[in-house]
Design a protein around this ligand. Structure first.
Ligand code: PLP
Length: 351
């Protein structure tokens, strides 16, 4: 009953097999391995982007901040949602790697910016004078930090505003596959066709040991990215082990199959918690994260039996509350969540 995060799930056996298979003989280092040639082709094919530059790094933070550094100048602003991972969970890495670009935070329900809230944030910048911060980039997260999913139309509308303001668009896709299967569209439709310039394409939260791809649709940014990755100490020498993970992930649709499973488990969980007396959803459940309220007694019973999950927000707690008081928590499912995990958890939550 581990619902704390999807990065706590094991590595998928097919990925371990691929690592084992890659572990023989010698291979060129630093991304010059043959497996990486195949990964590049797979990703260009998936994104219908034959010119795209494709790189691998080991953390989502590296993927995000190296990408943003290619889009934003030190004297520019990166617009993101108020609770974006780059704002809340990256310890100032965006500012560090961009050499000082400023995050400007955009409001919006369910962790989603809207055209109105983005325009409002843009309006607070005094454009065109030497005294003010300049427009740098827009960063959108899909799946969002609250488990909701931007539609293609919503991404298109936000990207159009960014373009109008002279900004490039970054997509934080730590849960890219979960968003894609939720939308049922193509990777191209969710990204470059909607106006996205650079994608952090996650793998770690969906069954890899630790690999994220960066997909850059404008090949002119590629060399700068390569230099920043090296200078930022994120160029792996034994790169074949990153490549092997990503190749297994993308082969035979494994990445989509795992995300479909994960999203399906969250849907089951959401429906069952909503049906509990005192149960309700705090945000729409559209991918593999459930933000839900259920009685404090059910939280305590689940916790006592060893279930792992975070109260939401972090300051929330079932301790000292009347047993039937609804308390909110975040529950994240993964490729390895089973129906038996859900049944065991739901029985406890009903206490
Ligand atoms: C997990 C996550 C990341 C990546 O985090 P790392 O710990 O650096 O791998 C980035 N963005 C979002 C929205 C995430 O949930």
């Amino acid at each position: 009953m581990f619902f704390a995060s999807d990065n706590a799930c094991p590595v998928h056996p097919k990925v371990m097999q691929a690592l084992n298979a890659a572990n023989s003989g010698y291979a060129p280092s630093y991304g010059n391995d043959e497996i990486m040639d195949r990964v590049r082709a797979q990703i260009r094919d998936i994104f219908e982007a034959p010119e795209a530059a494709v790189y691998l790094v080991a953390t989502g933070t590296a993927a995000n901040v190296l990408s943003l550094a290619c889009l934003a100048q030190p004297w520019s602003a990166i617009y993101s949602h108020q609770i974006a991972h780059i704002e809340m969970d990256e310890a100032g890495a965006p500012e560090f790697y961009t050499h000082g670009a400023k995050l400007k935070l955009v409001a919006g329900a369910d962790a989603k910016m809207t055209p109105a809230t983005l325009r409002a944030a843009l309006g607070t910048t005094d454009h065109g004078t030497v005294h003010s911060i300049q427009n740098g980039a827009l960063s959108i997260t899909n799946v969002t930090e609250l488990g909701t999913v931007y539609s293609v139309a919503e991404i298109t509308a936000l990207a159009a505003i960014a373009k109008e303001a002279g900004m490039g668009v970054h997509l934080d896709g730590a849960r890219f596959a979960n968003a894609l299967v939720a939308l049922g569209c193509s990777a191209a439709e969710m990204t470059w066709k909607a106006g996205v310039d650079v994608v952090s394409f996650g793998g770690t939260k969906n069954g890899l040991m630790g690999v994220e791809a960066v997909v850059i649709f404008d090949p002119k940014l590629a060399w700068e990215f390569e230099l920043r990755r090296k200078r930022g100490a994120h160029l792996f020498s034994k790169h074949r082990y990153l490549s092997a993970q990503m190749e297994a992930y993308l082969s035979d649709g494994l990445w989509l199959e795992l995300a479909r499973h994960s999203n399906g488990m969250a849907a089951v969980l959401a429906e069952a918690i909503s049906a509990l007396p005192g149960g309700s959803l705090a945000h729409p459940v559209q991918a593999n994260m459930v933000f839900a309220n259920w009685p404090a007694s059910g939280h305590l019973a689940a916790r006592a039996a060893g279930a792992q999950f975070y109260p939401w927000p972090h300051t929330e707690s079932p301790e000292g509350k009347a047993p039937d008081t609804p308390v909110c928590a975040r529950l994240v499912t993964s490729w390895s969540t089973t129906m038996a995990d859900l049944d065991a958890f739901l029985e406890l939550a009903a206490h």
